[in-house]
Write a protein that binds this ligand. Structure first.
Ligand code: RFL
Ligand code: PHB
Length: 389
């Protein structure tokens, strides 16, 4: 088989890239290790920047998001027993949208299917080859048979544990990493959200977040130990702990119910530089990870896909390599700002085991300043709604 761009991974980065390339007349094939149902079953991000929604619109996959997504003009920060609203819309003129990653993925999968584009699911042993030559190729095994795709370019959209970044020789790549000393325990429940907007809570017992997927489905997170296992967190313990970390009014209003999904995610900041290796590009989690506190992971996957698609369009339509030559630099400039913001949101909202009581007091002083200062609130808002592409 031959294609212009072989995309490894059918997560948000790979699927969006595939649709953007198709819109620009560039044929592509996606290779995905898992089944479609497995990909759709991963409960992850929930919050989209306007730029991400605009990209879904650009590829004709945004209609359901506009119908079913919940548009939010603010967030609340809870600390020292009270809640304070940050008015995102007033500060930036922009809003954010609650629309789950599972829905984004489904809409992009449907758009890809409708366009008749090839996605090979359950592709085993996927390997990129010869990307430092003009004739890259990708090999894989499907139903026990080996196959090869010859291509012009490879897009590594295969997430943090993917094969693309791992195929680069160590001397060609530099990585930056911070692993945080805690995780997030998340549960999904068929209960109404406790508030119209998201509540991020700094509490002496640890961070908590009240978010949602719809008007009848809630998503909640509590900071937990990295040693914790979900078996140690029956639903009752989760709800009790969450209530303890919220202000009294919110705790009293919280509607609890059985969890329909429960998982623990470690928190990490990670960046690989560069994001281009000859004729292979990395996009999304394959190149960088942010802690979920700033809600940036999925949105960065979308901006990478956009930068890469535009660069490849320039290559094919305008016959210029300038776009692909600048892809890494352009994407990384936006990535590092989101890494900085996500690290900062994490640092002011979580309980850190090693900063002691002075660390906790400094966090409260910073939060107090943040909600009282127009300039500081506006800075948070500007980053939260997403920096321009
Ligand atoms: P994905 O979604 O990981 O998709 C990568 C795809 O590549 C496939 N793959 C392979 N395919 C072929 N061959 C191989 N060798 C392959 N190796 C992997 C995988 O099966 C998968 O389908 O990366 P992408 O597209 O870059 O999208 C990024 C987002 O998924 C990610 O940034 C966010 O979900 C991060 N994230 C969260 N972000 C938020 O903004 N808010 C959240 O609440 C939030 N929660 C999360 C998260 C990420 C998590 N991970 C990675 C474990 C919770 C979790 C648990
Ligand atoms: C989510 O809805 O899962 C979500 C929202 C905002 C975050 C993290 C997760 O910062």
């Amino acid at each position: 088989m031959r294609t212009k761009v072989a995309i490894i991974g059918a997560g948000p980065a790979g699927l969006l890239l595939g649709q953007l390339l198709h819109a620009y007349g560039i044929d592509n094939v996606i290779l995905e290790r898992q089944t479609p149902d497995y990909v759709l079953g991963r409960i992850r991000a929930g919050l989209l920047e306007e730029g991400t929604v605009a990209l879904l619109d650009e590829v004709g996959g945004g209609a359901r998001a506009h119908r079913e997504g919940l548009v939010h003009g603010g967030i609340e920060l809870a600390f020292a027993g009270s809640r304070h609203r940050i008015d995102l819309k007033a500060a930036t003129g922009k809003t954010v949208m609650i629309y789950g990653q599972t829905e984004v993925t489904l809409d992009l999968m449907n758009a890809r299917h409708a366009a008749g584009l090839t996605t090979i699911y359950e592709a085993a042993d996927v390997k990129p080859h010869d990307f430092d030559t003009d004739h890259p190729r990708v090999t894989y095994v499907k139903d026990g048979t080996s196959h090869e795709i010859a291509c012009d370019f490879i897009a590594g959209c295969d997430g943090f544990h993917g094969v693309s970044r791992a195929s680069v020789k160590p001397s060609a790549i530099e990585t930056f990493e911070r692993v945080y000393p805690f995780g997030w325990l998340g549960i999904l429940s068929e209960t109404p959200p406790v508030s119209h907007e998201l509540i991020y809570s700094n509490h002496a017992r640890g961070f908590a977040l009240c978010t949602m997927r719809s008007t009848h489905r809630s998503r909640h997170y509590v900071q937990c130990s990295l040693d914790d296992h979900i078996d140690q967190w029956p639903d009752d313990r989760f709800w009790d702990e969450l209530k303890l970390r919220l202000d009294q009014e919110t705790a009293d209003k919280l509607v609890t119910g059985p969890s329909i999904e429960k998982s623990i995610a470690p928190l990490r900041s990670f960046v690989a530089e560069p994001m281009r290796f000859g004729r292979m590009f990395l996009a999304g989690d394959a190149a960088h990870i942010v802690p979920p506190t700033g809600a940036k992971g999925l949105n960065l996957a979308a901006s990478d896909a956009y930068y890469l698609a535009v660069a490849l369009r320039e290559y094919y339509i305008e016959k210029s390599a300038a776009g692909i030559d600048h892809y890494s630099e352009k994407a990384l400039a936006r990535v590092w700002k989101a890494v900085r913001f996500s690290w900062w949101m994490t640092s002011i909202l979580h309980k850190f085991p090693d900063t002691g009581t002075i660390g906790a007091r400094i966090q409260l002083a910073e939060l107090d300043y943040l909600v009282a200062s127009k300039a500081a609130s506006a800075s948070l808002a500007e980053n939260y709604v997403g920096l321009p592409y």
